[in-house]
Design a protein around this ligand. Sequence first.
Ligand code: SF4
Ligand code: SF4
Length: 193
Amino acid sequence: MGSVKDYFSSLGSGLASLVKGMQITGKEFITPKITEKYPEDRETVKVPERFRAVLTLKYDEEGRHKCIACGICQRNCPNDTITITSKMVDMPDGKKKRKLDKYVYDLGSCTFCQLCVTTCPQDALEFSNDFEQAVFTREKLVKQLNYLPEKEEPAPSPEELAKAAAEREAKIAAAKAAAEASATDVNTENKEN
Ligand code: SF4
Ligand code: SF4
């Protein structure tokens, strides 16, 4: 008799379990999906703006970046992920200026800590959310970020040219004065001896 009672008892708990399971299945069936059918939905997939996929230089609408090759991001990177080379170029006003030659970034060793972005004094860097970065070899993860051809510097204004000329004149005058003062000192010493 006991076994018949146990039979119906376990049948009842089995049915209750089945109903509960079907309830959960039914609920999930009508809940909006949060997973993406990638790559089928590549055209419509939404990646959050703040997702850090790859480091990039910010370019303005004229194709200029703001990097001055100061090297602060390179020094702050804990992983040696950034290698910057610079060059000295002659400016239209006759001065020399340090400019970025190559900004090389190794995505394969980046930890996305964003120290480079937050410490850049020029606000020249940002992370793109372009997450499709898969490649077949590690070498292809090394990217040159200043990939656009370098734009010419805007021509200096007449005021800037006049200021640069005045600075040059002042430097020449100071150098002459220092040389004359030094020659006078030598003459005085010779006479005393
Ligand atoms: S990206 Fe910023 S911190 Fe790095 S070298 Fe350029 S200006 Fe300096
Ligand atoms: S995010 Fe961090 S690890 Fe990556 S390049 Fe910038 S400082 Fe280096």
